[in-house]
Ligand binder design. Sequence first.
Ligand code: 13P
Length: 247
Amino acid sequence: MTAPQPLIAGNWKMNGTSASLDEARAIAAGVGECPARVAICPPAILTHRMSQALAGSRVLVGGQDAHWDDAGAFTGDISAEMLADAGAKLVILGHSERRTGYRETDDIVASKVKAALRARLEPIVCVGETLEERKAGRALDVVTGQVRGSLPAELSGQTFSVAYEPVWAIGTGLTPTTPEIEEVHRAIRGALVEQFGEAGRAVPILYGGSVKPGNAAEILHADEVGGALVGGASLKADDFLGIVRAL
Ligand code: 13P
């Protein structure tokens, strides 16, 4: 089976206003012929304007979260269908900042994945261990457990990716060593093949956590790394393009 096409996605988190659309335009203008699919996931309120700003470019727009239900009395929430209606093609689900800050369990993440599929959004499902879990030697168990629990059977035959984001590497400037990244990515691949058979080999496994232009080439060329989920460095076009060009 051929290697999956890499995906490099920027997660803007709760950063950016309409002025930031220029940064997105600069990313689209500079992305060129790189072999990866490229996406930006802005705050939900920018989804529509960013989709319009990037129309005709090869940069996709994604959401950062979506509700598990399609509509209803959920004050302040946003559905997958709304994101799709605003032009999103992908959606990040189960980010550790949602798992910890909003107590999202694997079951909740799996329900959100199903909602995303109903809306024809491509899920990017995040997993990752805390520093305590790594120190206790439980990183592989935690991460493969999250993969099994967060990926519903409905993903079979669908396009999606998994992002390995060690919690302790997010926004800290710390990254695992390349062998550590490869060890976890191979374990995730094993869990994907167990669950989805040979089709599990076509799922890109992104790495996320302090990816910068300076470390991107080594990370992106590591075994079983199929792209990156980039936080802080995706906010500036030059930095994000430096990562995209490292592939
Ligand atoms: P940083 O790249 O800022 O460490 O964030 C990673 C992340 O959480 C992407 O989803």
